[in-house]
Ligand binder design. Structure first.
Ligand SMILES: C[S@@+](CC[C@H](N)C(=O)[O-])C[C@H]1O[C@@H](n2cnc3c(N)ncnc32)[C@H](O)[C@@H]1O
Length: 195
């Protein structure tokens, strides 16, 4: 069984039972616009937050257990939300276009070889001018405790060089379950160029 699906047999450390505060703030500031796709949505807290704030939202994840849990959370709720098992590296298969794509903790799981595939896949699911927000672990977070791969600003710029305009890469935080033990992150915004 795949690492991630096995992780969802229990409650994985990143699954904090509420939306990540960085995405809540983006939503409050009006930076999440139109139809939203949350890639690597896990059990759906961020996607549910966007839908509850009026954005028709899709959440995809390749871990079936995560998607089943996300679907159970919204059963019977009057939300414009769709959860599907899907691969962030093959979003063309969705046949959908979104105004905003959010990535909370997926990008930093990718290998070097997967990054260009991801960038082109995400691009295919964004309308021209649409925006991608990535929250990923930062190289400023000490690596001594393990955890996900650390990402540098330069790596983010390089991943979204062709066909994108990187609008911002700002220091941010990953909230975790235990208060006071947040992780250092980058919050990046890249807009899909018209070409
Ligand atoms: C660190 S978890 C974050 C989950 C969720 N965004 C959250 O904040 O709770 C990364 C997620 O990305 C998913 N994932 C990793 N690679 C993926 C891929 N290629 N396609 C779809 N989902 C993927 C994993 O199954 C996992 O749920």
């Amino acid at each position: 069984m795949h690492f991630f699906d096995r992780a969802y047999e229990g409650v994985p450390p990143w699954d904090i039972g509420r939306p990540q505060p960085e995405f809540v703030r983006l939503c409050e500031r009006g930076e999440i616009v139109g139809r939203v796709l949350d890639v690597g949505c896990g059990t759906g807290e961020n996607a549910i937050h966007f839908a509850a704030n009026g954005h028709p939202t899709w959440g995809i994840d390749f871990a079936p257990k995560a998607i089943r849990r996300a679907q159970a959370k919204v059963a019977g709720r009057d939300l414009a939300i769709t959860f599907r098992v899907g691969d962030a590296l093959h979003l063309q298969a969705l046949g959908e276009r979104f105004d905003t794509i959010t990535d909370c903790g997926l990008f930093h799981t990718l290998s070097d070889a997967e990054r260009p595939i991801y960038a082109s896949s995400v691009r295919s699911a964004l309308r021209a001018g649409g925006r991608l927000f990535v929250l990923c672990f930062s190289n400023e977070e000490p690596a001594d405790w393990g955890g996900p791969r650390r990402v540098t600003r330069e790596e983010l710029r390089s991943a979204f060089r062709d066909g994108w305009k990187v609008r911002s890469i700002d220091p941010a935080r990953f909230a975790v379950k235990d208060p006071g033990t947040e992780g250092k992150a980058w919050r990046a915004r890249a807009d899909r160029l018209e070409v």
